[in-house]
Design a protein. Structure first.
Length: 456
C-alpha cells in the first residue's frame, strides 16, 4: 500500500506506478473488495476489461453507488460466477440489473455508507480523478468528494487504483484532506480520458405543483432548504424564485436549476455533498463560483451533522405510507426502486434542528399496468412492503390533497390527519378498515368530517 509521502519525487512515483488499463485489471486478485465511488468516478472501461476476461476472476466484490452509464457485466447473468456487485442506491441501470438478478441493492442509508463496504472487507478502490497539480495532488472531482475522506483514504484500503482523467471529470475547490489524493498514495496509475456525462433535469408534474403549493407557506426567508433530484425539487425551486426573501440550499445533492437562482440573488449559498442533475454549465459553476460548496458525506448526509443546521427545511419523497406514518420510500412492494439514500439524515436532522421542518411527500394514488387505480395511503402497509422511515421520525406528510402534521401526535390523531390527505375516493374505506383495529374506533370520529377539505 502506498502511503502519503510529500518528501518523495512525486513525478518519479507517478512514472514508476504508471500502468496500462490491462495492468490495472491484472492487479485484481481473489478476495478483493473494491469501492468505485459513484457516477463519473466509476471506471467503466476498467469494468469492461474485467468483463472481457471474467473467466480469469473469482471471488471479487465490487461495491459502488449508482452508475450513470451502463456496464456490460451488469447485464450478463454469468457475471455472478465471478463478481459480486452491490450498489448503495438504484437508478435505471441498477433497476434493470436487479430484474436480471446480477447486482444486489446495498440496503444501507447514506449516513452509514462509510461503514458498509468495510463490512464486506473492503481493501481496494478504483476510480477516476483529475490530473495532478504542481504539487502532485489530484482533485477527486465533484462526484468523489462525498466519500474520498471516509472510504478512499481509510487505512484499511491497501490497494489504490486511480485513473487520471483530463476530460471526463470536473475538479471542485475544497480542503486537501477531503477533495484531493496525493500521487504518493497511488499504487496503480492509469491515464484514461473519458467523455463527461450529463443528466437533464426532470420536469414537474401537476401533482408536484400541487404538493409544492402546500409546502411553500411553511418556507420562510433565510431557511436552509433541502430538496432531492426530481420533479418536486424542480417545482420547489420554481416557487422559491417567486417567494419573498432569500434562501440557502443545504442538501444532499446540488441540481442544475439552482444556478440560475444563485445568479439572480434568490439563493445566496449552496452547500451539498454531491451533484445531482447537472449540465456542463453547472459543473463549471461548481468549479468556479465560491457561492457553491461540496462537503463530505459525514457533514452533509448524517443526521448528527444536519441537525446542527438551523432553519433546515427537509423535503423528501416516498411511495406509500400507512395511517400511522410508516413510510416505504425505496421499493415498490418487494421490488427495489431506489434505496434508503440520504432521506433519513434530513428527515431526522430537520426535526432535531432549531426551527427545523420536515416534509415527506407522495402522490395519493397510482395506476397499475392494467389501468386500475390504487391508493398509496393505507390503513396498514400491505404485506411485503419495505419500511424506510419509522413513524416516529415523520413530521409533515403531503399529498396533492393536503398536508398533515403528525409529529409527536397520538396514534388516533395521526390516523385522523392522514385520512384527510388520502384521495377522497378511498377515505371512507380506509376509515372503516382502521376502525377494525384497537388503534381507533368509530366513536373517536364524533364531529369529524372526512371530506371538509375537498373542493365542492
Amino acid at each position: 500500500m502506498a502511503e502519503k509521502n510529500l518528501s518523495i519525487d512525486w513525478k518519479k512515483h507517478y512514472q514508476d506506478h504508471l500502468v496500462t488499463l490491462e495492468g490495472t485489471a491484472k492487479a485484481v486478485k481473489p478476495g478483493d473488495v473494491f469501492w468505485l465511488g459513484q457516477a463519473s468516478t466509476i471506471p467503466y472501461a476498467w469494468l469492461e476489461e474485467l468483463y472481457a476476461h471474467m473467466e480469469d476472476y473469482h471471488d471479487v466484490t465490487i461495491y459502488y453507488n449508482v452508475m450513470n452509464q451502463p456496464a456490460s457485466m451488469v447485464f450478463d447473468t454469468d457475471t455472478k460466477k465471478h463478481f459480486k456487485m452491490i450498489s448503495a442506491y438504484c437508478l435505471p441501470v441498477e433497476r434493470m440489473a436487479i430484474g436480471m438478478n446480477t447486482i444486489e441493492p446495498g440496503g444501507c442509508t447514506y449516513d452509514t455508507l462509510q461503514y458498509a463496504p468495510f463490512e464486506y472487507g473492503c481493501n481496494a478502490i478504483a476510480m477516476h480523478v483529475a490530473p495532478p497539480d504542481e504539487n502532485g495532488y489530484c482533485n477527486v472531482c465533484a462526484y468523489g468528494v462525498t466519500t474520498n475522506q471516509i472510504i478512499c483514504l481509510d487505512p484499511r484500503i491497501t490497494k489504490r487504483i486511480y485513473f487520471i482523467d483530463r476530460t471526463g471529470v470536473y475538479p471542485v475547490p475544497g480542503p486537501y484532506e477531503s477533495h484531493y489524493v496525493h500521487v504518493s498514495q497511488m499504487d496503480y496509475i492509469c491515464e484514461l480520458d473519458t467523455e463527461p456525462s450529463f443528466i437533464p433535469s426532470p420536469l414537474p408534474t401537476p401533482v408536484d405543483e400541487k404538493i409544492a403549493s402546500f409546502i411553500m407557506p411553511h418556507i420562510k426567508s433565510g431557511d436552509n432548504v433541502q430538496i432531492g433530484f426530481g420533479g418536486l425539487g424542480e417545482e420547489i425551486l420554481r416557487n422559491l424564485r417567486k417567494a419573498e426573501g432569500t434562501f440557502q440550499i443545504y442538501s444532499e445533492v446540488a441540481c442544475d436549476n439552482m444556478q440560475d437562482l444563485v445568479e439572480e440573488g434568490k439563493i445566496t449559498k449552496i452547500v451539498a455533498s454531491s451533484p445531482g442533475s447537472c449540465s456542463e454549465k453547472f459543473f463549471k459553476f461548481m468549479r468556479d463560483d465560491p457561492r457553491i460548496e461540496l462537503r463530505p458525506q459525514q457533514y452533509m448526509i448524517d443526521p448528527l451533522g444536519t441537525m446542527h443546521c438551523d432553519n433546515l427545511v427537509s423535503i423528501n419523497a416516498t411511495f406509500q405510507i400507512d395511517l400511522l406514518g410508516q413510510a416505504c420510500s425505496e421499493a415498490q412492494g418487494m421490488t427495489p426502486f431506489s434505496g434508503p439514500g440520504g432521506s433519513f439524515a434530513y428527515l431526522y436532522g430537520a426535526i432535531r434542528a432549531k426551527n427545523g421542518r420536515s416534509f415527506l411527500c407522495l402522490r395519493s394514488t397510482f395506476t397499475d399496468h392494467d389501468g386500475e387505480r390504487h391508493t398509496n395511503i393505507h390503513a396498514w402497509l400491505p404485506e411485503g412492503c419495505i419500511v424506510t422511515t419509522p413513524k416516529v421520525y415523520v413530521m409533515y406528510v403531503v399529498s396533492e390533497h393536503g398536508i398533515a402534521n403528525i409529529y409527536l401526535r397520538s396514534l388516533k390523531d395521526r390516523v385522523k390527519a392522514l385520512l384527510k390527505i388520502a384521495h377522497p375516493d378511498y377515505r371512507q374505506e380506509l376509515k372503516d378498515k382502521i376502525c377494525t383495529t384497537a388503534i381507533i374506533k368509530e366513536d373517536d370520529f364524533v364531529d369529524y368530517d372526512l371530506f371538509d377539505n375537498v373542493e365542492k
